[in-house]
Ligand binder design. Structure first.
Ligand code: DX5
Ligand code: ZN
Length: 218
């Protein structure tokens, strides 16, 4: 099953509620919530208050992507505020198994993410415990960057390892995804597609419809 996950990092924050409504009406299942701490990545995005507001506005699945050093410090609070899934970076956390256990105990789904320069083998020890593997297709930190083509091979490698183990772990991609490159990513094995600027720039409802048509094979 393929899922589109629009990243609200690219939303107009003065219109966030209305834009969430448009996304929901257009048939999107996930909202991708990019939390940046100014340490793991250079930029700072938003955190608890925004997650809290988004949760009150929508019942869609909230896919929280923590670009945060030592994310284990925030898991309890993010789950309390309404995250449905939390993805942590393999480069940022020294206690991944314990953090997954905590997320799961609080009823959340767990994701493990890796940056473009990190070898895929770094996430292999966590694939059995994870619900999702997130292959970053840009260097994390900013929306609107260009897709890094070398990441296609990493998506293939992660999907191959998941299949080899007989798991049904989702493979998410994030960064630089556009209507023109989504198909090759699906073919490489991605099934959760994050898109920020390609959804929120211009006509949101039309952008979603165009993505869903490609993703559903129309
Ligand atoms: C990048 C974030 C992405 C970003 C994607 O660090 O993790 O989720 O919002 O934005 P686009 O789709 O514009 O590259
Ligand atoms: Zn993200």
């Amino acid at each position: 099953m393929n899922y589109l996950a629009p990243s609200i990092l690219a939303a107009d924050f003065c219109e966030l509620g209305a834009q969430l409504d448009i996304i929901k009406k257009a048939g999107v299942p996930y909202i991708h919530v990019d939390v940046m701490d100014g340490m793991f990545v250079p930029s700072i995005s938003f955190g608890m208050p925004v997650l809290n507001c988004v949760r009150k506005r929508t019942e869609l699945f909230l896919d929280v992507h923590m670009m945060v050093e030592r994310p284990e410090r925030y898991v309890d609070e993010f789950m309390r505020l309404g995250a449905d899934g939390i993805t942590i970076h393999v480069e940022a956390c020294g206690c991944i198994n314990d953090t997954f256990a905590r997320i799961r105990a609080l009823g959340g789904r767990c994701g493990i993410a890796l940056n473009p320069e990190t070898p895929v083998s770094r996430i292999f020890p966590y694939l059995d415990a994870a619900d999702m593997a997130l292959v970053m297709t840009v260097r994390p930190g900013f929306g609107g960057q260009s897709y890094i083509p070398e990441c296609l091979d990493k998506i293939r490698a992660v999907r191959a390892e998941i299949s080899r183990r007989g798991l049904n772990t989702d493979v998410e991609i994030d960064g630089g995804v556009r209507l023109c490159n989504v198909k090759e990513n699906l073919e490489a094995g991605a099934n959760v597609i994050v898109a920020g600027s390609a959804v929120f720039q211009g006509d949101i409802a039309k952008n979603v419809k165009d993505f869903l048509n490609i993703m559903n094979g129309a």
